[in-house]
Write a protein that binds this ligand. Structure first.
Ligand SMILES: C[S@@+](CC[C@H](N)C(=O)[O-])C[C@H]1O[C@@H](n2cnc3c(N)ncnc32)[C@H](O)[C@@H]1O
Length: 213
């Protein structure tokens, strides 16, 4: 089991809230933005796909159902949430391997994946861990590989701006809210980053991006 860094932020910030993560996520337009990501990712038969920071595996399961002929696996740093994910996967009768590991020290060889997806994980990483995580994604994606991710970004209207005044003190969101994530990816060596869609949720504006090597 990989050692967690000193500042590890679980799914709902506190470990004791992890069992209610799925209940909290439902009213957050979870189904809308996760299904959009699944449809956009255009995964092909035989593709190797990683759900990075898979949490309770809601997105991982949607991907496996939509693309049963792809090799889909999930990774998360938190063994407790992986237990919830495992039991959900078993109940659905699906075969999805799950790995415990850290995003900035991925337990995979170079060029291992065709597609990496990630939902709402990057705002859990300190700046110190963001850049190494982006480097690791670059390393384990193959040359024509793509990353699809959803996370907080700069507020796109007055209401979202007001919410962002509170949210910038939550978890590691300041870099996201300042809109710095896209440039950080490009600085890490990625060639192209495209905004696909944005959504208002009660915690602020979240963006769906496609990133290419
Ligand atoms: C807000 S949850 C999102 C879970 C899931 N992707 C979703 O959209 O429902 C963030 C997840 O990232 C995981 N996480 C946080 N830091 C991580 C790291 N450095 N490496 C791997 N997973 C991490 C947490 O354990 C948590 O499950």
């Amino acid at each position: 089991m990989r050692k967690k860094p000193d500042k590890y932020i679980p799914a709902l910030r506190y470990n004791w809230l992890t069992p209610i993560y799925d209940i909290i996520m439902k009213p957050m337009r979870e189904s809308t933005f996760k299904n959009d990501l699944v449809n956009q990712s255009n995964i092909k038969k035989g593709d190797k796909v990683l759900d990075l920071g898979c949490g309770t595996a809601t997105l991982t399961i949607l991907l496996k159902k939509a693309y049963p002929d792809a090799e889909i696996r999930g990774l998360d740093g938190d063994e407790k949430i992986l237990e919830i994910a495992k039991s959900k996967i078993e109940k659905k009768g699906l075969d999805i391997p799950l790995d415990q590991g850290m995003s900035f020290e991925l337990p995979y060889k170079d060029n291992s994946f065709d597609i990496i997806v990630s939902s709402l994980m990057f705002h859990h990483l300190t700046l110190e861990n963001k850049i190494p995580t982006f480097r690791e994604i670059f390393r384990v994606l193959n040359d024509s590989g793509e990353l699809y991710f959803i996370d907080f970004g700069n507020p796109h209207n007055a209401l979202m701006y007001l919410i962002s005044l509170i949210m910038r003190h939550w978890e590691e969101t300041p870099d996201n809210i300042k809109g710095l994530l896209p440039q950080m990816f490009l600085n890490t060596g990625f060639n192209k980053l495209e905004e696909i869609k944005k959504y208002s949720i009660i915690f602020g504006t979240i963006y769906l991006y496609r990133v290419q090597k």
